[in-house]
Design a protein. Structure first.
Length: 135
């Protein structure tokens, strides 16, 4: 529960920060232009509505980013597809995003170099993979 509260605080601070930036950088010059009679009240209202729409979009994106689960390291590869480079029994060498990795595959008797596999996990220094179904 404490982590959830911290996450909510983090999102709230990010939203407040974005609103301050939008307000200071974009709205302040418009208000100044109105005060020195460069633009009229109608123009200020239109610009304010446009800025409100931009701020709403920014807030939406900030919340979307903060709701994503953070993945770092090996777990970022789980669920990705790889190409088999070498086969030695149940041991494979796979190519993932330009890098060669050791892998283990159960029920992969028909797997040969060039086939595509799906990374399902990581255990004892090797990826666990399964063959992608053809078709």
């Amino acid at each position: 529960m404490r982590i959830k509260a911290m996450k909510l605080t983090e999102i709230t601070l990010a939203i407040v920060d974005d609103l301050l930036v939008v307000g200071i950088l974009l709205l302040a010059p418009v208000v100044i232009a109105y005060k020195i009679n460069i633009v009229g009240l109608e123009e200020v209202l239109v610009i304010a509505l446009i800025l409100l729409a931009v701020a709403a979009f920014i807030i939406y994106k900030v919340v979307e980013v903060h709701r994503r689960e953070v993945k770092v390291g090996i777990e970022t590869y789980i669920g990705r597809k790889a190409t088999v480079v070498e086969v030695s029994g149940s041991r494979l060498i796979i190519l993932v995003e330009g890098e060669l990795w050791n892998a283990e595959c159960e029920n992969c008797e028909a797997v040969k170099p060039g086939d595509r596999v799906l990374i399902t996990g990581f255990h004892e220094g090797r990826f666990r993979v399964r063959p992608l179904s053809s078709g």
